[in-house]
Design a protein around this ligand. Structure first.
Ligand code: GRF
Length: 211
């Protein structure tokens, strides 16, 4: 079974959605760069190991990333899920987990990379907004897209109301993407996109004409 770790910095609602989704995944640990992240208690409550790697205890980004990789590899993780992990990762770290590190971002990428995506979507006047699960590459929020969900932007939306509508979709699509990864259904195309292969019915399973 795929072994995964989830990296968080705060609330941890996406992490909780992953842990509760009944995925064919062994969640080996939840790791935070902040000891006060609320998500750590949620993870422990769900019986998952937690660890803290506090950046303030390391001299520089390389030292922090090296320790983080040590903790991740100590859990023998096949998959690293970033879920509100508020750290820029070094290129070496990203390369180490190439093709097996996913992130959830609260916009329809490539629009609105970076922070404050809901306020920026409102300011831009877009009528659709949403969220994206993508593989992580060295360029921020720019890796191959696995799945997206869109929501309408309403005339009276605030960043908070719009963010809440998007978050509900995040909780739906992140488990979906992790399931596809675990099922071996994510395939990189020659030109750097992601294709989701169809589910293969187990041998002997009855496939109805409706598919
Ligand atoms: C989410 O909106 C996620 O898309 C972004 O950070 C937020 C984290 O929220 N990367 P939570 O910690 O998962 O509740």
């Amino acid at each position: 079974m795929t072994r995964a770790v989830v990296l968080i910095s705060g609330r941890g609602s996406n992490m909780e959605a992953l842990l509760r989704a009944g995925l064919p995944v062994e969640f080996a640990a939840v790791i935070s760069n902040r000891a006060e992240a609320q998500g750590l208690a949620i993870a422990r409550g769900l019986g998952v190991d937690t660890a803290v790697v506090d950046a303030r205890e390391y001299a520089d980004r390389e030292a922090f990333d090296a320790r983080l990789a040590e903790v991740i590899d100590g859990h023998r993780a096949d998959l690293v899920c970033l879920a509100g992990f508020m750290r820029i990762l070094s290129e070496g770290f990203v390369e180490r987990y190439a093709g097996r590190m996913l992130n959830i971002h609260p916009s329809l990428l490539p629009l609105f990379t970076g922070l404050d995506t809901h306020a920026r979507a409102l300011a831009a006047g877009v009528k659709l907004h949403g969220c994206t699960v993508h593989f992580v590459t060295p360029e921020l929020d720019a890796g191959p897209i696995v799945v997206q969900a869109a929501v309408p932007v309403l005339d009276d939306d605030t960043p908070e109301s719009l963010g809440a509508r998007v978050l509900a979709q995040e909780h739906r699509i992140y488990p979906m993407a992790v399931r596809w990864f675990a099922e071996g259904r994510l395939e990189a195309t020659q030109d750097g996109r992601v294709r989701v292969k169809r589910a293969v019915a187990p041998a002997g399973a009855l496939v109805s004409p409706a598919g």
